[in-house]
Design a protein around this ligand. Structure first.
Ligand code: ADP
Ligand code: MG
Length: 307
């Protein structure tokens, strides 16, 4: 059966630990991840791809800062930097998929994502971005590892994917759409109805989960660098999670089995999406698409399994 899949690429799909982030390294990683998707693509499913941009946007912010201090260039704001990484990363994924010889059109859509101006996250910014500075400035926090001071921005919840209707239409005709890169470009809707960018970072797994809901997807794949989520992670009694129910996932999350900033947001995104009727979330690596940690309602109909 033809399904609609949203596949969120983690950081590892673009850069691996210890790499510098050269263009050649990024091409190699993107190509490896895209190659792994070919069997799924050949099954004929509608496919939408989301991706992270942490190291890439971090480097872009550093370039802005260096450009200002060395050449007196005006620094461009974060929304420009996110848009640039959506474009460059999307372009790599497009070419890498086309080079696998798949019989599909592939397109990247830059993706503004609406957040709520009153989101509580704006009162307590937590996400460090950009270069380290020696001295404290307004809106900065000290790095716990002693590297200096860094700007922190809010991480508000995504409320609406601006282009979801268009993404749905394109993907239903078989076009592979790459979008919500880096969680999207955060914008708020002002009282006059106009959009305005805000300095913030949206969690890319939550944005992918919202997109999957909005386009009525059947499955959300969250691809990362571990084949499964575990309970008692890295302890003697560690246990790999395969198929689990929503209730189990919520219980393990409440018990603190998943680390904040890494696995916990993925589990939250997986739960958010799988809470809908007949929907399933899968957390795994690109090399393990038939396995992984699968979270579903009891009603998830097994006759539509990809296997
Ligand atoms: P990505 O960059 O791919 O989006 P992260 O690096 O943020 O992903 O999160 C994946 C990491 O989460 C794994 O490499 C692992 O070290 C960590 N992690 C934390 N808690 C768990 C857990 N309970 N089970 C498995 N992995 C976990
Ligand atoms: Mg990572």
């Amino acid at each position: 059966m033809r399904k609609t899949l949203v596949i969120a690429f983690g950081g590892n799909a673009l850069l691996q630990a210890g790499e510098k982030g050269t263009a050649a390294e990024q091409w190699a990683n993107v190509s490896r991840t895209c190659k792994a998707l070919v069997p799924l693509i050949k099954q004929g499913h509608n496919i939408v791809i989301g991706h992270g941009n942490g190291p890439q946007v971090g480097n872009e912010l550093l370039r802005q800062s260096a450009g200002k201090s060395q050449y007196g260039l005006e620094e461009m704001p974060m929304d420009f930097c996110v848009a640039e990484t959506q474009g460059s990363i999307g372009y790599m994924i497009e070419l890498a998929l086309l080079n696998e010889g798949i019989d599909r059109q592939v397109v990247t859509l830059l993706s503004p994502v609406v957040v709520d101006e009153d989101d509580k996250a704006f009162q307590n910014p937590t996400k460090p971005v950009g270069p380290y500075y020696k001295e404290k400035q307004e809106g900065f926090k000290e790095d716990p590892k002693g590297n200096g001071w860094r700007k922190v921005v809010a991480s508000p919840a995504p409320k609406q994917i601006l282009h979801s209707e268009l993404i749905k239409q394109l993907s239903s005709t078989g076009t592979i759409v790459i979008t919500v890169g880096g969680g999207g470009i955060p914008v708020v809707v002002q009282s006059d109805g106009k959009y305005k960018s805000v300095e913030a970072v949206i969690d890319k797994d939550l944005a992918s989960a919202l997109l999957a809901q909005e386009i009525g997807a059947d499955e959300l794949y969250i691809l990362t660098d571990v084949p499964n989520a575990c309970i008692n992670f890295r302890q003697e009694n560690e246990q790999v999670l395969n198929g689990i129910t929503l209730e189990q996932a919520k219980k393990y999350l409440d018990e603190g089995h998943f680390k904040e900033g890494s696995m916990a947001p993925k589990i939250r995104a997986a739960i958010k999406f799988a809470s809908g009727v007949n929907r399933r979330s899968i957390i795994t690596t690109a090399a393990n698409l038939d396995g992984g940690t699968r979270i579903a309602n009891n009603e998830y109909s097994t006759d539509t399994d990809v296997s």
